[in-house]
Structure formats: C-alpha cells, structure tokens
Design a binder for this molecule. Structure first.
Ligand SMILES: [Zn+2]
Length: 100
C-alpha cells in the first residue's frame, strides 16, 4: 500500500492512520463594495484607466492568482486537530468581536 505524507508535519501515514484533506480557496469577495460620498466624488474614470493599465502590465499568471487560488493539503490526524482548534478559536474570537 502506498504511504502518504502529512504535508504539515511530514509524518508518514499508512494503515491504520486516517488521512485528511484540507482544501483552501482564496478569492475576491463577489459582493460589491459599498461606496461612500467621498468615493463618488473621486475621479473614478481616471482611476479605472490607471488600474487597467496596471493590470495589462502585470504578468497574466499573477493577475489570475489574485482572482482565484485553490490549495489541497493532506493532513495527519494530529495536524487536522491543530487546524480544527485554530479555526474554531479564530471563529469564536470573531464572534466575540461581533464581526462575523
Ligand atoms: Zn501532521
């Protein structure tokens, strides 16, 4: 049987270990940003032109990376537990702040 490596700690996993997959997706918020009066008074056309010029000069791959990134990790049970606790703590912290 093929052994798998935990991509966080490097542990070699085989029977009877359970391996876990963690998928991370990173992309721009599709919700439109809210405009303030100050935003509306800015020269949007000039800013858009400057942005497009910047995008054209940027490497195509680099621009794509900013739109959508996806990663898949293989974890051992120990690292899965660590990630789980970190995510839960982070979420509870945001709940406490009322930002979630
Ligand atoms: Zn691990």
């Amino acid at each position: 049987m093929l052994k798998q490596l935990c991509e966080f700690c490097g542990k070699s996993m085989g029977q009877p270990d359970v391996s876990y997959r963690m998928k991370i997706e990173l992309y721009a918020d599709p919700a439109p940003p809210e405009f303030t009066q100050e935003d509306l008074e800015r020269d949007v056309k000039a800013e858009m032109e400057a942005l497009f010029a910047q995008m054209e000069s940027a490497d195509a791959g680099e621009a794509e990376d900013e739109v959508y990134e996806s990663y898949l990790f293989t974890l051992c049970g120990h690292c899965r537990g660590k990630v789980h606790h970190w995510l839960r703590e982070r979420h509870e912290h945001l709940d406490d702040l009322g930002l979630d």
